[in-house]
Design a protein around this ligand. Sequence first.
Ligand SMILES: C[S@@+](CC[C@H](N)C(=O)[O-])C[C@H]1O[C@@H](n2cnc3c(N)ncnc32)[C@H](O)[C@@H]1O
Length: 348
Amino acid sequence: MSFMSGRSLDNYEFTFEKYLTDSNRIEADSNEGLSSHHGRMDTLSITESIAASEERFGRTYHSYRSGSYNYPNDPTEIERLDDQHEIIKLVMDGRNYLAPFSKEKPPKNILDIATGTGTWAIEMGDEFPEAKIVGTDLSPIQPQYVPLNVRFFIEDSTEEWDYPERFDYIHTRVTLGCWSDMKTQIIQKAFDKLEPGGWLECQELECLPGCDDGTMTEGHAWLDWAVKLCEASEVTNRQLNMANQIKGWMEEVGFVDVQEMVFKIPTNGWPKDPRLKYLGLLWQRNVMTGLSGFTLDLFNRVLGKTMEEIEVYLINVRKSLFNRQVHSYQRVICVWGRKPDDSEMRVA
Ligand SMILES: C[S@@+](CC[C@H](N)C(=O)[O-])C[C@H]1O[C@@H](n2cnc3c(N)ncnc32)[C@H](O)[C@@H]1O
């Protein structure tokens, strides 16, 4: 089911809700022995064209507003982003959004901030053929041939949003590490650029892993890595653990009907439930693919580590990610809120 009617998710039954939402503990698979294994998975599709980029550590990075975003934009990263898109959709029960649209009341003007490969924007273009979708990013990593109702622009979204039109739906997803102040740079500007009654939806990932049963202890290499990465990113003024503040920021800016749904993605195949095990394996593969790219620039520039030192350090991090005795997960926090109608604004 992809469409909803009305403004609440009350009647929507999420297949995964009972396993994944923040309030629930995920049951570990007691059959997991000490030596973890993982199945090899096929690689997914790669978007090929990449325009001007800077090269460091054998990876490429965006050159427009160089140094603003600390992670690569090369084919490896593009493929990882498209895998991540599928995983997050799986988490959200096959949906691309939680804001209450319907076939009868579809969005007409959609803005996807920091669109990445643009896959979300393209799928929204297919789902809402009457809508116009604009996707923006620092990197030109979107495909050349896209549906007629989808356009991409290279843009730094921390700067003024110079769009002639107003939007009725603005979206962000996994933009941790993009902003020095998401509240003023994105949420306030989205409020200003939305039509009254329009929706902002942020589907954001927390960097720091969680664990509900004490199996992830202080020395765990994956946790140590995440803490170090968050600290290094703070030095570059890019917060990586901001998702749990978005609901409050939206309310402070003036959004109403703000709702939050928190999902847990297992870090590997430790859960008992087969679907969660599968999700964990997909996530593990995704993190494995991304790990060097997440780490190299920040650990080199901020922590002063050489590429060789970083790769040696990552060996244990990778090993720890295979340990199914550690029941860790990452949270995806989805928040959506409505800009009040003119009449509601006047009352306020
Ligand atoms: C982790 S990716 C997520 C992409 C996409 N939203 C998704 O969910 O697949 C973050 C994206 O933000 C873009 N980005 C970073 N800083 C930005 C900025 N200041 N303005 C626009 N895009 C930015 C990066 O180039 C990258 O493509």
